[in-house]
Structures are given as structure tokens and as C-alpha cells.
Design a protein around this ligand. Structure first.
Ligand SMILES: Cc1cc2nc3c(=O)[nH]c(=O)nc-3n(C[C@H](O)[C@H](O)[C@H](O)COP(=O)(O)OP(=O)(O)OC[C@H]3O[C@@H](n4cnc5c(N)ncnc54)[C@H](O)[C@@H]3O)c2cc1C
Length: 418
């Protein structure tokens, strides 16, 4: 029997689990670290984990203003996939998907990776051509993709509305079977536990309020728990990227927008895959607890409110119900929102900034959860060697000056990018 046996659980019921050991320490901040990571979401924690375990850089602090995973990492709809058309995106997301496949073993923590299939629906001939082209591009890059006819789709997702007079008729789809979902907060906790065990200090309730520069070099951060010096400072704060970078005098090409989602009461398995429609921009999947998760567009105007517009959510739900009318009987349990940092080509920004010693990992828009292990792996490698890993080179901040965006239709934040 393990440490947390049935007897131990029973004991916990009477003593408030006071005998449970915390999964990570709660150290006070030291005056200085080799690397300070701002933001205790999945990306910051994964970066710390790989810095410590793969590069031997253990004098690392992750500073989190709230609690770890309390940002977008704990607010997303958990979709994991690598079905992109452009090579730079495919390479990065495929790096991540490969890491997802063994992440539970790597962390000795069940992140509940569930490769149930990531399905894109086509609603017109034009959609189907676009999906076929995308599938070809994926296969050319060694990534699995299968174009599906309506008859094949019927067997996979029988609850979709296949009628010819449906509001959004279904003409077929494309599936990446290795895509699926993972448990979002388990990812934060698993990386946190692993990073802590390797010597990283995870410091919660520690907000970074300033970045101290000496000339063009960032040398320390001001925090609600005092000044902390750092050899390297890495910003991993998702929707707060613009705000935190401004502390060092930088203006980023990102806009913070609210993205929301909702979940219904739990029901028996009825949605087998992750169903997405890029033409409508809505998606549906069923959580492991049985709730049907709906998501859609961001609110499309700048905001730091972790609360979304009901009209936007209503639109996503209406579209989802048009695809699967039988879901209309379910009751909504809750809805929530996160603040995403929308870059202007829809691709992330990873690499050094014009301020020496200050690096950025952001601009993930509404798609950064799937990148968590890959982003951490590649960012840690970049920080450890003081140069961007070649897979993240195309995602440099300089691409906007050079006119070299990584713009994939269907990923970008603007409706006309689909
Ligand atoms: C509703 C919704 C659905 C989504 N669905 C998906 C999906 O299905 N698949 C997918 O791939 N992606 C999805 N995303 C996007 C994904 O969640 C994010 O891209 C990803 O989680 C970003 O991770 P992160 O670690 O960079 O950021 P976060 O998890 O947000 O972590 C950043 C942390 O920085 C902290 N912070 C901010 N400012 C400071 C400061 N000054 N000092 C200290 N700490 C600070 C925050 O408190 C936060 O904890 C979704 C997002 C939302 C909101």
C-alpha cells in the first residue's frame, strides 16, 4: 500500500489531512538567483523544471503573484494537438506533443494525457479543400492527419447534426488521432513538484512590481517580497506580458484579451473526440469528469478582467449546439475566463528582448496550453545556452520589425485570420 492508502485517506478525513506532506516547499526568496522566472503557470514551471533537470541550473526562482496554475494554465480547455500547417509551428507543437506522450512518466505524476483525437470539421467545399491541404502539409512534416468523409465522421461522432438543412452543414473533417486533452492543473502541479525536488524555489504570492535596469541590462526584480537580483530574468506571464515587459521599458506587439469557456453538468461519455470548427470558431470536448466543455472566440477587445462578456459565450454555445443539438438539454455548471496575450500574427514570442538579460516567453494567444512541455523544454535550452533554440528562432520578437510573421490561417486572433 502506498503512502496515501485507503487507511491514510480515512485518517485524513478526521485530522484534516494534517499528516500529508506538501508536494513542494514554500521557501522565502533569496537575495539573488541565477535565473528568475516571472509567472508560475505551466510555461514558467516547465522552464524551471527543464533548467534544473536537463541543464543543471538549479539556482532558479519562479515568482508567482497568486498561486501556481491560477492563471490560464488552470483556466484553459485542455486541448493538446500539433495540427498546424506552417513548418515553424508544426515543429514547435510537435516537439511538445512528443513530450506530452511521456510526461506522466517523466514527472511521475499523472497529467491524464488523453489522445482521443483532435477533430476539425469542414462545412463547405472550401473548408474541405483547406483541411485536405493542411493534412498534406502535416503529413509532409511527419505528423499524422486523416481526412474523414461524412460517413466516417458519423461513426466517430454520431451526435453531430449531419442533416442537409443544418445551420452549419457538415461536409467532412480532418482528425489528428494523437491529439486530445490533458488535465491542466496536474501539469502545473507535476512540473512544480519536479522543479522543487530539483532545487528550484517556487515562491507564491510574490508579485513582480518592477524590473531594475543598469544601463541596458536587467539585473533584478522588485517584488512585493523585496528586491531579488538575477543573472537572467524570464517573463512567462501570458496575458500580463505587455504589463510586465513595460516594467523594463518595452512595448510589446500584443494585446491582452479575455477568453472564456464553460462546462455543463457531468454526463456519461457522449463526445468522443475534441470537436473543433475553425470556420465557426467554437469547440466542444468532454472532460474526464463528464462535463461538456464549450469554448469559442475571445472577447476581441483589450481587457485584464478575468471575466468575459456573456454575449461572446452565448455565441460560442449557440454554435456548439447547432453542431450537436442534443447537448441543449444539459445544464451549464459554470463559466470562467482568462486573460490571453494575443500577438498580431497569432504565434508566440519566444526569445531574448532588446534589454540584455531579459527574455520573453509569451504571445501564446488562446493556444499555449498544448505547448507547455515543449515551450518549457525549448525555452530552458535557450536560457541555458544564451541563444534561442533553433526551433524557436522564427518566434523572435524581431520578426515583427523584419516583416517575418508566422501567420497561420485559423490560429490568429483576428476573425479574418481564419
Ligand atoms: C478559456 C481559455 C481556454 C483555453 N483553451 C486552450 C486549449 O484548449 N488549448 C491550448 O493549448 N491553450 C488554451 N488556452 C491558452 C492557454 O491556457 C495559455 O496559452 C497557457 O496556459 C499559458 O500558460 P502560461 O504559463 O504562459 O500562463 P499562465 O498560466 O497564465 O501563467 C502566468 C502566471 O503569471 C502570473 N503573473 C502575472 N503577472 C505577474 C507578476 N507581475 N508577478 C508575478 N506573477 C505574475 C499569473 O498570476 C499567472 O499565474 C486557453 C486559455 C483560456 C483563457
Amino acid at each position: 500500500m502506498g503512502r496515501y492508502s485507503a487507511l491514510s485517506l480515512l485518517r485524513g478525513a478526521f485530522n484534516g489531512q494534517s499528516h500529508w506532506r506538501p508536494a513542494w516547499r514554500h521557501p522565502d526568496p533569496k537575495p539573488a538567483y541565477d535565473v528568475v522566472i516571472i509567472g508560475g503557470g505551466g510555461h514558467g514551471l516547465a522552464t524551471a523544471y527543464y533548467l534544473a533537470t536537463r541543464h543543471g541550473i538549479r539556482n532558479v526562482a519562479v515568482l508567482e503573484k497568486g498561486y501556481i496554475g491560477g492563471g490560464n494554465t488552470g483556466r484553459n480547455t485542455t486541448i493538446v494537438r500539433s495540427n498546424y500547417r506552417q513548418e515553424p509551428l508544426s515543429r514547435m507543437y510537435e516537439t511538445s506533443l512528443k513530450l506530452w506522450q511521456t510526461l506522466s512518466d517523466e514527472l511521475n505524476y499523472n497529467v491524464m494525457f488523453s489522445p482521443r483525437g483532435a477533430l476539425f470539421l469542414g462545412h463547405s467545399d472550401a473548408d474541405m479543400i483547406r483541411l485536405a491541404e493542411k493534412g498534406d502539409a502535416m503529413r509532409n512534416q511527419g505528423i499524422d492527419a486523416e481526412l474523414l468523409s461524412v460517413d466516417q465522421l458519423r461513426k466517430i461522432e454520431p451526435l453531430l447534426d449531419f442533416s442537409r438543412d443544418a445551420r452549419f452543414p457538415i461536409e467532412g473533417g480532418m482528425i489528428q488521432w494523437r491529439g486530445g486533452t490533458a488535465r491542466h492543473d496536474a501539469v502545473a502541479w507535476g512540473f512544480a513538484r519536479g522543479a522543487d525536488a530539483a532545487g528550484v524555489n517556487i515562491i507564491q504570492r510574490c508579485e513582480v512590481t518592477g524590473i531594475v535596469r543598469e544601463g541596458n541590462r536587467a539585473v533584478a526584480v522588485e517584488t512585493t517580497r523585496g528586491r531579488i537580483a538575477a543573472g537572467t530574468i524570464a517573463i512567462c506571464v501570458a496575458g500580463h506580458s505587455g504589463h510586465v515587459a513595460a516594467m523594463a521599458g518595452l512595448k510589446l506587439p500584443v494585446e491582452s484579451q479575455t477568453l472564456q469557456a464553460m462546462v455543463t453538468e457531468g454526463v456519461k461519455p457522449m463526445v468522443q473526440t475534441v470537436v473543433m470548427s475553425q470556420s465557426l470558431h467554437c469547440y466542444i470536448n468532454q472532460s474526464d469528469k463528464g462535463g461538456i466543455v464549450f469554448g469559442g472566440d475571445p472577447d476581441n477587445w483589450p481587457s485584464y478582467a478575468q471575466r468575459g462578456q456573456p454575449m461572446t459565450l452565448e455565441g460560442a454555445v449557440a454554435q456548439g449546439l447547432a453542431l450537436m443539438p442534443s447537448l441543449s438539454r444539459l445544464r451549464m455548471l459554470r463559466c470562467w475566463a482568462g486573460v490571453t496575450d494575443m500577438s498580431f500574427d497569432g504565434a508566440p514570442i519566444i526569445g531574448p528582448t532588446p534589454v540584455d538579460g531579459l527574455w520573453l516567453n509569451g504571445g501564446w494567444c488562446y493556444g499555449g496550453f498544448k505547448a507547455t512541455p515543449g515551450s518549457g523544454w525549448l525555452f530552458a535550452d535557450s536560457l541555458a545556452h544564451g541563444r534561442p533554440h533553433e526551433i524557436v528562432e522564427p518566434f523572435s520578437l524581431h520578426r515583427f520589425e523584419r516583416g517575418a510573421p508566422v501567420d497561420e490561417n485559423g490560429v490568429g486572433p483576428m476573425p479574418n485570420h481564419r
